[in-house]
Write a protein of this length. Structure first.
Length: 441
């Protein structure tokens, strides 16, 4: 088995290949917007807490609509659900570009547009994620997850640098490029085959069959709270899946460092927007390297242990990032401090690599341990966790930064992450015994 990334899903599935390329380009645009919004809010307010409030604007719609988005994915054609939601997101990207080109300085307008964008993500992301197992054979799921993560992390590497550079010139340029890139996602979804609901009973652990992957049509139930409750009740019977959600929430809420980057670029390392982009890119570079060298990684069976170890490494790396800032000092340098920036980037790269490994196995565990008829609803819950957790972390870590400084916020958050993960593994020992050869949800 080669050390290099496994490209088998791209070779064997043309629909997956088109989706992978299309979403990769659109992810690049999304990273442009994420960096630009944070920088624009900080430019207007000069407050890390105000940047953290963006997390709250994302979290509330995700919690409110994420579960319904997953239910929509199970009840209707997944391609059509994703295509309609993506079209709405494209229009919101246009609105962000327009407000920037018009010179708006309303932070509340930005909060509102980000909240609307989160509504679209709450529907779009569960559909996109649940589509993948219908395009490939089950044994290719780990490799497909690595490919998707690597694709996303390449966008996270290039996107922040490009977004920061464009934002230093004009925020509208960053948002406008996102509009152009997002059309790639629309094209990829348009080219997919129809993916109607399949005929597997919601409560059974029946593995995917050829008929299931072909998408045999079944009569959908009416969308409502009952459908959402089905997903929650199903999750209540899946302790390993629940624990995978819990450990991700711990990491993202306590130790997500991205909200600190704008202030770090001004107060600690110098360089302003350029340093902000470099720090975002450093995190992603580590994730990309982890993906490119994942050939043997996808063969690991004891995936629960790998997830726990990866998140502990993540917390340690974030704490060391904070230590670098502490040793550098809050001096508001007039130029970029190269040596501290290198060490800060190194520890963020380690954090990004650990996060990528954790993400691959958490996604694989979820998709492998869940029948297709429930994947949309479980993905809806998953999206609330993986997207809402970091946004809640933005708010929490941003508050710590305003109270104690960005350096201490990173050190406290990373250390707390490690402590809570160790406690969670002592409580849920079954998770450490999870074996991919015999997936027990």
């Amino acid at each position: 088995m080669s050390l290099l990334i496994d490209l088998t899903p791209l070779r064997r599935s043309a629909p997956f290949r088109r989706l992978w390329w299309g979403l990769g380009i659109s992810n690049l645009g999304s990273q442009l917007t994420q960096v630009a919004v944070g920088l624009q809010v900080y430019a207007i307010t000069r407050s890390t807490f105000a940047v953290g409030v963006l997390g709250l604007c994302v979290l509330i719609p995700l919690v409110a609509l994420g579960l319904y988005g997953g239910a929509l994915t199970d009840l209707y054609d997944r391609r059509k659900v994703a295509l309609i939601a993506s079209s709405g997101l494209w229009l919101i990207s246009i609105a962000l570009a327009v407000q920037a080109w018009l010179g708006s300085d309303s932070v509340y307008l930005l909060y509102g547009l980000v909240a609307l964008q989160s509504c679209g993500f709450a529907i779009n992301n569960p559909a996109r994620s649940a589509i993948v197992p219908r395009l490939i054979d089950p044994e290719m799921l780990p490799a497909a997850q690595v490919l998707q993560n690597t694709n996303f992390n390449i966008a996270m590497t290039v996107g922040p640098l490009l977004g920061a550079a464009l934002s230093a010139w004009n925020f509208g340029a960053a948002y406008g490029l996102d509009v152009i890139f997002f059309t790639a996602a629309l094209w990829a979804l348009w080219r997919l085959p129809d993916l109607p609901p399949i005929g597997i009973d919601d409560t059974q652990d029946t593995p995917d069959t050829e008929e299931a992957r072909a998408g045999t049509r079944r009569r959908p139930r009416a969308l409502g709270f009952h459908s959402v409750l089905e997903g929650l009740r199903y999750l209540a019977t899946r302790p390993n899946v629940r624990t995978s959600f819990l450990v991700d929430l711990i990491a993202m809420i306590t130790a997500m460092p991205r909200v600190l980057y704008p202030a770090v670029g001004v107060l600690f390392l110098g360089g302003g927007a350029t340093t902000t982009g470099a720090l975002n890119a450093a995190f992603a570079v580590g994730a990309v390297l982890a993906g490119l060298l994942s050939g043997r990684l996808v063969q690991i069976r004891m995936q629960g242990r790998v997830i726990a170890a990866a998140i502990i490494a993540y917390g340690v790396s974030v704490a060391l990032f904070g230590l670098v800032l502490t040793l550098t000092g809050d001096t508001s340098p007039s130029r970029t401090l190269i040596i501290p920036l290198i060490f800060a980037g190194l520890f963020l790269a380690c954090a990004g690599g650990a996060d990528s490994i954790s993400s691959v196995f958490r996604n694989t565990l979820l998709l492998s341990a869940t029948p297709d008829a429930m994947r949309g609803r479980l993905q809806g819950i998953f999206i609330v966790v993986v997207a809402g957790g970091p946004r809640l972390g933005d708010l929490l870590v941003g508050s710590w930064a305003d109270w104690w400084g960005e350096n201490r916020a990173a050190m406290i958050g990373g250390s707390l992450c490690v402590i809570l993960i160790i406690a969670a593994m002592a409580w849920q020992r079954r998770f450490l015994a999870y074996d991919a050869a015999d997936p027990q949800p």
